[in-house]
Design a binder for this molecule. Structure first.
Ligand code: PFF
Length: 460
């Protein structure tokens, strides 16, 4: 395959702020507000959160910087960049794993984003007002197991995602991210204060802040690592792709640190918004994927203008999902566009449609197709398709992708080239460089490998 677009001027981000917002927009999404709280609830609370934080700051930072550097040096998509930096080697397969992960993740991600849009509708029309909190789980389950409704919402969401990607980097992705990201922070703060002031809410704070270390097992550590990759959009070439639209002057270490700080801050904020409320309304932390949808409507009901806040919250959540979904779609679209010289719009529409179809199987697996079970290591009963796409990508593809990206940067792509890229040809002082080399070349790959093997019970 020829990289036909080499030589053609590549589109770039309009500003540093725009790039950081777009990368943060990719990172901040359902992973922070939907996935993180329910995983923390399922895996014992505070102990999970501590491991998550370590994984995000140590491993996440390392992988993100490697991805930015590979993308900016390659100036191509996730597969093309590897091929350009290490021609004639099989390292492009790392990018190919990423493209596969993009298909799987966006398929179930679109389904959950569709749920959030349906909840916008339910709060606008008032159908959740005054519903006793013990009935909220039933409403949620009734909705997601319905054979048609969630698919319609998923379709609407996918159309929006494709629409933004068609509009391009500066005019679509960057423009939207800059407006929408700050708004979500404000509303999460309001929810956190409401949750904390509800009677009984403090039990939620101790659930987060009093870690029970006896809960930590190989499985929990793997779940936390997978969540760090998922939440930071790492291991599948998203940040390689976004890095490829970067200008040479950008400070990548500081951008990576900012993105990780924002993403982690929002996850923790979401935890503080949800767990106090959860205990106050008397639900269990291990509600699984429905947690946010079951707990928050009960909180909105206790607020003056509650359903108004509810509507805004679910709109913002849908938007946060949108700025992430576009980054996932962009991984595949950039690949097709760069390598096969097809128009952005054509590739976005075709790929978006295929992903939608895979997503339909994920949605149906919640209800009519729940008898289809896929074997998965660590799960005795096996997983339905939705969970399989989720777990296979977060717990296997992303960590392996991240490990290969680190190894590639330090050992394959001539390391001096990698470090030149990171320091903008030596003009940028990056005091952590020696530590970074050690982390990316040795620590991160070994830790990821151990966590993977141990998480699947292969040793330990
Ligand atoms: N980071 C996004 C979230 O937390 O919702 C999800 C995601 C985006 C995962 C991009 C992977 C990715 F490449």
């Amino acid at each position: 395959m020829e990289n036909k677009s080499i030589g053609v001027e590549r589109e770039h981000w309009g500003s540093r702020f725009g790039f950081v917002m777009a990368a943060a927009g990719s990172a901040i999404g359902l992973g922070n507000i939907w996935r993180f709280p329910y995983l923390a609830g399922d895996n014992g609370g505070g102990a999970f959160i501590i491991i998550y934080l370590i994984a995000a700051f140590l491993i996440g930072f390392t992988v993100m910087l490697c991805e930015f550097a590979i993308g900016r040096a390659g100036q191509l998509n996730a597969i093309g960049s590897f091929r350009k930096l290490a021609p004639g080697t099989p390292w492009w397969i790392t990018g190919a794993f990423g493209v596969l992960a993009a298909f799987l993740i966006l398929s179930f991600y679109g389904v959950v984003a569709g749920w959030t849009m349906a909840y916008v509708w339910m709060t606008v029309t008032g159908s959740l007002s005054g519903v006793p909190s013990d009935q909220l789980p039933g409403i949620f389950v009734g909705f997601i197991t319905n054979p048609t409704q969630p698919i319609i919402w998923q379709a609407i969401f996918m159309v929006l995602t494709v629409g933004i990607v068609v509009a391009g980097i500066k005019g679509g992705i960057e423009k939207w991210s800059k407006i929408l990201m700050p708004a979500i922070i404000v509303i999460l703060f309001i929810l956190m204060f409401r949750g904390l002031t509800l009677e009984g809410g403090f039990a939620g704070v101790s659930f987060i802040l009093k870690p029970d270390f006896s809960q930590i097992t190989g499985k929990v550590v793997l779940a936390a690592l997978g969540q760090a990759f998922f939440s930071l959009s790492l291991g599948m070439g998203t940040m390689i792709t976004y890095g490829s639209y970067l200008e040479k002057k950008e400070n990548m270490p500081s951008s990576a640190a900012t993105v990780i700080g924002l993403d982690t801050g929002i996850a923790v904020l979401a935890g503080f918004a949800i767990f106090p409320a959860l205990f106050a309304v008397g639900l269990e932390p291990s509600q699984g994927a429905g947690l946010v949808f079951m707990v928050l409507p009960a909180v909105f009901d206790t607020l003056p203008l509650g359903m108004f806040f509810g509507t805004i919250f679910f709109i913002l959540l849908a938007i946060a999902a949108l700025t992430s979904a576009i980054s996932i779609l962009e991984v595949v679209v950039a690949f097709i566009k760069d390598e096969f010289n097809v128009a952005r719009s054509f590739s976005a529409i075709v790929i978006g449609f295929i992903i939608f179809l895979v997503g339909v199987t994920a949605s149906l697996s919640m209800g009519p197709w729940d008898h289809i079970v896929v074997p998965f290591p660590g799960s005795e009963a096996g997983l339905n398709l939705f969970d399989f796409y989720d777990e296979f990508s977060a717990k296997i593809l992303l960590p392996i992708g991240g490990m290969l990206i680190c190894l590639f940067t330090v050992w394959v792509w001539k390391p001096q080239n990698a470090f030149k890229e990171i320091t903008n040809n030596g003009t940028l002082s990056f005091a952590w460089l020696p530590l970074f080399k050690f982390m990316a070349g040795i620590v991160a790959p070994i830790v990821i490998l151990i966590v993977l093997l141990n998480g699947f019970g292969i040793f330990g």
